[in-house]
Design a protein around this ligand. Structure first.
Ligand code: GLA
Length: 411
């Protein structure tokens, strides 16, 4: 159900404003002020109670997004079972706009790529039971050089609402005069100010649009991301290499305290099927689920292999990501590149990932006490990739190089 944000005065409003104002003042003063997770008031727009799931064109196709690709992908999301598995959002990334605004200052679609306009695309996607996401930029230009939304927030949000957009990924390029990216120094306009403007514009539009903050973990976003958006990027862009996946994981795993229903750390989209080995793809998907990350597939769905689809459709791993408790998994131990992560689940189960980040097979072990299950009683473990069940008082497995073993520990 779409409920206008401004109709929810009890759930947002003054408290949120005060937190934003305090954060703004602190960031402006550039002091040593640090917020804790519990101080950040969540957006509470009713969206993203579990991490958003969907698809985005950027990892697989970069800016080559067209009406045909959106429709073909929507069809495949339904026929492949992705939609039924929870992948609800079909997100259009950078590349959909015309290179200039019209004479009245309105954003325009690229008519060659989207000959029937965006409303027709939204109607098609909604007709499939999916939701439509779009991309804009909180600066002068998008990262691909198309028109930015800075100082056009109200009109752009109204336009997106009129099309029936459900999700806005809001990027951070050209964040002020002379800036190509946010390392541009004094000419940069503070991110909090720019993202607040779009948040307020969405509220004023009257449509409940999920706001995905994409400022790459900069500008102290964990101190304000949850008050403005339902998710916020925590790092630079993911790509299809194990090295990048590993570095993003290491940064994102430390931010568990900031994740909660309605507000998620976003370590960027899934590159499954785009170039890593099968073992690494499985690791990537498992770690993202264990970190309660948004699961936004970046694979070329229309031509995806059976193996890539099966990986992304693992219902047991998805259930860990989507668990209603909304806790991000944390590191229990990390020894010489051998990590153990635990994620408490609703009802008392715990998911455990044994991750071997090294280049050689290794045995990784932990204890029930370490993952939050003290006492000597044996527990039943389900291996979430093989389906095998064992009853044991010890957790230990041989894990391949760059691989994981992932368990649900019952009870
Ligand atoms: C930035 C974002 C990416 C993608 C591109 C599009 O790099 O971080 O996720 O949206 O821009 O140009």
């Amino acid at each position: 159900m779409n409920m206008p944000l401004d109709k929810l005065p009890g759930r947002r409003g003054l408290a949120v404003r005060m937190v934003i104002a305090a954060a703004l003042a602190a960031v402006m003063s550039a002091g040593t002020w640090v917020v804790t997770a519990s101080e950040v008031q969540a957006l509470e727009n009713g969206l993203a109670r579990t991490p958003p799931m969907g698809w985005n064109n950027y990892p697989g196709y970069r800016l080559n997004i067209t009406e045909k690709l959106v429709k073909d992908t929507a069809d495949k999301m339904v026929s492949s079972g992705m939609k039924d598995a929870g992948y609800t959002y079909l997100n259009i990334d950078d590349g959909w706009m015309a290179s200039t605004r019209d004479g009245s200052g309105n954003l325009q679609v690229n008519k060659t790529k989207f000959p029937n306009g965006m409303k027709a695309v939204a109607d098609y996607v909604h007709g499939k039971g999916l939701k439509l996401g779009i991309y804009a930029d909180a600066g002068l230009k998008t990262c691909g050089g198309l028109p930015g939304s800075l100082d056009h927030e109200a009109a752009d949000a109204r336009l997106f609402a009129s099309w029936g957009i459900d999700y806005l990924k809001y990027d951070n390029c050209f964040a002020g005069p002379g800036c190509a990216n946010s390392t541009c120094g004094d000419t940069k306009i503070p991110a909090l100010k720019r993202y607040t403007a779009m948040h307020d514009a969405i509220v004023a539009s009257g449509r409940n649009i999920l706001l995905s903050v994409c400022n790459w973990g900069q500008d102290d976003v964990t101190s304000w991301g949850a008050s403005l958006g339902n998710m916020w990027r925590t790092t630079t862009d993911m790509n299809n290499t194990y090295a990048r996946m590993l570095s993003i994981y290491r940064k994102n795993v430390a931010l568990a305290a900031f994740a909660k229903p309605g507000a998620w750390n976003d370590p960027d989209m899934l590159e499954t099927g785009n170039g890593m080995t099968a073992t690494e793809d499985r690791t990537h998907f498992s770690l993202w689920a264990q970190m309660a990350a948004p699961l936004i597939s970046g694979s070329k769905l229309t031509t995806a292999s059976a193996a890539t689809l099966a990986l992304q459709l693992n219902k047991e791993v998805i259930a860990v990501d989507q668990d209603s408790l909304g806790r991000q998994g944390t590191l229990v131990s990390s020894t010489s590149g051998r990590d153990v992560l635990a994620k408490p689940l609703a009802g008392g189960d715990v998911s455990v990932v044994l991750f071997n980040s090294t280049d050689a097979t290794a045995t990784i072990s932990t204890t029930l006490a370490a993952i939050g299950k003290p006492g000597n009683a044996s527990r039943t473990l389900t291996d979430l990739w093989s389906g095998a069940k064992t009853t044991t008082s010890a957790i230990s497995a041989s894990v391949p190089a760059h691989g994981v073993v992932m368990y649900r520990v019952h009870g």
